[in-house]
Design a protein around this ligand. Structure first.
Ligand code: CO8
Length: 258
């Protein structure tokens, strides 16, 4: 059904999307972004799925937007027809957690897609970078905005202006990624994290994601109020009763997602 990505379901509840243009190191073209958007939306709408993993190959998560495709576009096509830009914001509309499992190169748009996910688990061979300046452009899918939030101004400027790559150890030290694991353990680690998330109440998981994302969009007082209202709303769910009753009864909780 898809040509540039592969999808599968793990353990009946984790949707896995693997970017799959191996000859181009998973360079992101319009077709791939259309397919990624469609797959994300399909998993988001599927009640059986509790968490989504986006990954690439061992060599590349994605080496950026497809330069061969971009090279021929002019302003009328990029701005007027939204070539290479369409569908990049789909990730932001996904309400279930999305984990990026990154091995190899995550450059340019590849780094930006990883940063749009909710958190990044990296293999020890991962390399992150925003090398757009080397080809006469700048990041175009949030790199100049999300990198400073993740790394602080100095490292973000260093990466965007010099185009240097950051290895997995530096990325973890800097807060860009949440965990680094050996390459052969990457999917196991990501799946483990996804299954832990799936074991919790679906509504609380969605609310937690929404509240954390709100912190990037609002002043602290508004964000704290937003969090408070979501917190209070969760007391209307049966999962809140079940979670607390189970704790007090010293038994595992059985969440229903209601
Ligand atoms: N686009 C197209 N093809 C690519 C890309 C790419 N981004 N990256 C690699 N490839 C291709 C190569 O052309 C090569 O193809 P071929 O075998 O036909 O010559 C193949 O993949 C293998 O690549 P290399 O031979 O170069 O492999 P190396 O291991 O020697 O090097 C690198 C790997 C370092 C990753 C190198 O390929 C490289 O520097 N790639 C380009 C990285 C880059 O500049 N990325 C940023 C692109 S711009 C961008 O992402 C802007 C995003 C804006 C999005 C806006 C949306 C709103």
């Amino acid at each position: 059904m898809y040509e540039t990505i592969q999808t599968r379901v793990e353990a009946g509840k984790v949707g896995v999307i693997a970017l799959n243009r191996p000859k181009q190191l998973n360079a992101l073209n319009d077709q791939l972004m259309d397919e990624l958007g469609a797959a994300l939306k399909a998993f988001d709408a599927d009640d059986a799925i509790g968490c989504i993993i986006v990954t690439g190959s061992e060599k590349a998560f994605a080496a950026g937007a497809d330069i061969a495709a971009m090279a021929k576009y002019d302003f009328a096509e990029t701005y007027g027809r939204d070539y290479i830009s369409r569908n990049w914001e789909t990730m932001r509309s996904i309400r279930k957690p999305v984990i990026a499992a990154v091995a190899g190169f995550a450059l340019g748009g590849g780094c930006e897609v990883a940063m749009m996910c909710d958190f990044i688990i990296a293999a020890d061979n991962a390399k992150f970078g925003q090398p757009e300046i080397k080809i006469g452009i700048i990041p175009g899918a949030g790199g100049t905005q999300r990198l400073p939030r993740a790394l602080g101004k100095s490292k973000a400027m260093d990466m965007v202006l010099t185009a240097r790559m950051m290895d997995a150890a530096e990325a973890e030290r800097s807060g860009l990624v949440s965990r680094v694991v050996p390459l052969d353990k990457l999917m196991e680690e990501a799946l483990g994290a996804a299954l832990v998330i799936c074991s919790y109440g679906r509504l609380a998981v969605m609310a937690a994601k929404e509240a954390v994302n709100r912190s990037f969009e609002s002043p602290l007082s508004d964000g704290v109020l937003y969090e408070r209202r979501l917190f209070q709303a969760l007391f209307a769910t049966s999962d809140q009763k079940e979670g607390m009753d189970a704790f007090l009864a010293k038994r595992p909780a059985e969440f229903k997602g209601r």
